[in-house]
Design a protein around this ligand. Sequence first.
Ligand SMILES: Cc1cc2nc3c(=O)[nH]c(=O)nc-3n(C[C@H](O)[C@H](O)[C@H](O)COP(=O)(O)O)c2cc1C
Length: 334
Amino acid sequence: MLSLKGLHLRSGVLQSPLAACTDLAFRLVARRRGLEFAFLEMVSAHALVQRNAKTLDLLKTLPEDRPLGAQLVGCDAGMMGEAAAIVEELGFDSVDVNFGCPVPKVTGGGDGAGSAMLRQPERADAVFAAMVRAVKRIPVTVKMRTGYADPTGREAVEIAKRAEHHGLSAVTVHGRTREQKYQGKADYEAIGRVKAAVRIPVIGNGDVASASDARRLMEVSGCDAVMIGRGGLGNPWVYRNVAAGLGEPGAEPYAPTVEERRDALLEHLALEEKHESAWHAVVTMRRVSCWYTAGIPGGAEFRAGFCRAKTSAEQRELIAGFFDRAAPAVLVAA
Ligand SMILES: Cc1cc2nc3c(=O)[nH]c(=O)nc-3n(C[C@H](O)[C@H](O)[C@H](O)COP(=O)(O)O)c2cc1C
């Protein structure tokens, strides 16, 4: 159970925003297997305010794709406020601001958006105030790293206190600095320092792919909920398994068979075909097929052939053939 303003979630196991991964097809496949709350990937506040067609396409959703949060990236307070109001108008259940993205195009020379905001607390104040002022109903949250370069969590603590002061409903902390990018292990103790500093919910993030990872994150940091990123790729059962491991009421663990893994991959393909342009679907499925076939004998050869396929129909046949050959052993889910 996690309550963010008027948004009451049964489960404290959430899907993080993942650029080019957590699209509509991904979310629908995951929701049908136990995911409750998802984020779609970050979008530029500036592009949204301009009503950029590509940005609006990234935000497409369906009634069964709920509850759903949108995430904005930007550092101009006025623009962030305007974009947050648009997110609410579009019907999303929450709006998040990205203080974690390490990409130079976003962070600029360290005085731009994403993780660079960790070093600009006054600017963060202005962004938080503008976003909270701009929305009427939905919760405003921030997702950040533990610091820009400082691994102690000091910068995240400062930003979290300011977020709380301005009325944000929760903070998510990925236990790595901007400099670490995705290297090393997420530091759950640094997340714990943020948890100790604020009263609003703290959502822990980083390296959670199983129930035992989630338990360790919660025990070490004391965080209120967990956000799964890469652990959801090719494993849409992970949310229910983590929820069950955390003792959430009604959550039962589930170990999918090879056939169920194939069916989830085929379902993903059908949804990409339905909701994206033909070529976009083909290219996306190259990535998605890698997630689902990792660790299955013969996977590398399959993936090499799959990447040469030019149509969804060809891809569908290759998937069916590969899984027919794969041993029908039960795969142990995370
Ligand atoms: C491919 C990829 C895309 C990502 N895109 C976003 C994004 O759009 N917004 C965001 O806040 N974090 C983004 N992240 C960071 C993740 O949400 C998450 O914080 C990070 O991967 C750590 O969690 P994990 O170890 O569970 O994956 C991205 C990470 C990856 C690997």
